[in-house]
Design a protein around this ligand. Sequence first.
Ligand SMILES: Cc1cc2nc3c(=O)[nH]c(=O)nc-3n(C[C@H](O)[C@H](O)[C@H](O)COP(=O)(O)OP(=O)(O)OC[C@H]3O[C@@H](n4cnc5c(N)ncnc54)[C@H](O)[C@@H]3O)c2cc1C
Length: 490
Amino acid sequence: MSAKPVRNIVILGGGTAGWMTAAALSKALGDSGITIALVESDVIGTIGVGEATIPTIHWINNLVGLDEAAFMAATKATYKLGIEFHGWQGDGHQYFHPFGTYGAPGDGVIFPHRLIRGWLGGLDASPEPYSLNTQLARARRFARPVGDPRSMLSTIGYAYHFDAGLYAAYLREQAEARGVRRFEGKVTGVEQDGASGFIRSVTTDKGDRLAGDLFVDCSGMRGLLIEEKLKAGYETWPDWLPCDGAWAAPTPADLQGHPYTCAFAHEAGWRWRIPLQHRVGNGYVFSSRFQDADAARETLLAAIGEPSAEPRLIRFTPGRRKRAWIGNVVAIGLSSGFLEPLESTSIHLIQTGIGKLLSLFPRAGCSPLLAEQYNRIFEREMEDVRDFLVLHYHFTHGRDEPLWRHCQQTPLPDTLRYKIDQFRASGRIMLATEDLFRDASWFAVMTGQGIRAEDYNPMLDAMSDAANLEHLEKVRGAIAQSTAQIAKLP
Ligand SMILES: Cc1cc2nc3c(=O)[nH]c(=O)nc-3n(C[C@H](O)[C@H](O)[C@H](O)COP(=O)(O)OP(=O)(O)OC[C@H]3O[C@@H](n4cnc5c(N)ncnc54)[C@H](O)[C@@H]3O)c2cc1C
């Protein structure tokens, strides 16, 4: 095993994943003397979708050192306070998955138990008035969270909608300013070491040869290095996540756009609506087993009206690479897998790829132990997100189209079944420390999808039913008051 340090990093691909990786590595590696080259092909282009994020996006923006106002202007971004789900329990039904927490500051994870206790005692109330994020979203108001844990504003969480192409371009500026060298051209040759299997260099149709000790494969779904060269293998879950295509099309900007994503259930999939500053992003994610592509296109157009550009069809296979790090190649972005965009998790998974690479940054020999750790965490992360998605697809009691019936009848992954059983039995949300979605998210989606808890944490019995209801009422009032004091979006 070589004890030499990594000297040259080659990033293959200049989509969101490639430029996020380039910006983060160039910032984190600073003046270490490590060179970073990125190669991308204008002919191949990028996938061109990916507009919604979750609050973890602040991690990379802070790491790279982005100024929020400048970043939002450059990427035509809007604020996102959560996701509104329409029709997932049948037409007319809706619920909200807020970022941020339920209840007042200090209520923490016990708050959902207060609500469950109220419900079991006959309280007829939706969780929405007990979430400041939801109330702000509904009222088109916005404030940033504050650090003071006594302030109601500490319960807020937010992310952004942005134009992913502009985001990649913005990060490219940051990365190039820090010395990342960009090469344009199609990679047509890959040189591999016969003994170790390590990738030594890639060459382009323009004649450039890029040698490296470490390669980051950000080449998109095909996985040029990780799959085509290194045969990582791909695990799929077509019964749990049956959607495998999407039509995407923009419509004109909505000047009164909502600070949240909408996800509408349809006959054979679901449709997103994402307001940006300069347009509204729309897309219909569908299962080709239950609807052909032409009919899916019609479903989208019937819902959104006249688009401002031709709809584009994107096919995908939900799943993950069995190994995302092999030898001296680490796959980040779509090259490592894709679940589907219902909870806007792909850009987050790019970040966790970058985070793992930084914390497990190798020497030039690329210890297989580091790769093993990376792959173990990657597997858990992907399964954790998969389970959260399956939760939406499985519990759709009011829908009886063939896709939804199929999902209702497919047995759950054991890991998800366990969480549901625990919640039903005692109202508890059993999370591992590394789980991405936390109590408020699981509570919002489980209750939104119609799962009911049969008990609550008995610690609450220290107070009477009446005192619990009084507390709930106080929280509702305080949230309404805070909402009224927060400025409306322009
Ligand atoms: C329908 C849909 C909706 C989505 N919505 C969201 C969302 O709301 N939120 C979210 O977080 N994510 C979303 N995603 C995922 C998101 O689009 C991707 O995770 C993100 O764009 C990263 O893509 P990428 O950079 O890995 O791949 P790509 O964008 O495909 O980039 C691949 C790069 O590799 C280059 N390349 C490939 N082959 C070669 C070659 N031979 N030579 C040189 N260069 C090459 C290409 O030119 C390109 O630069 C969505 C995805 C889909 C399919």
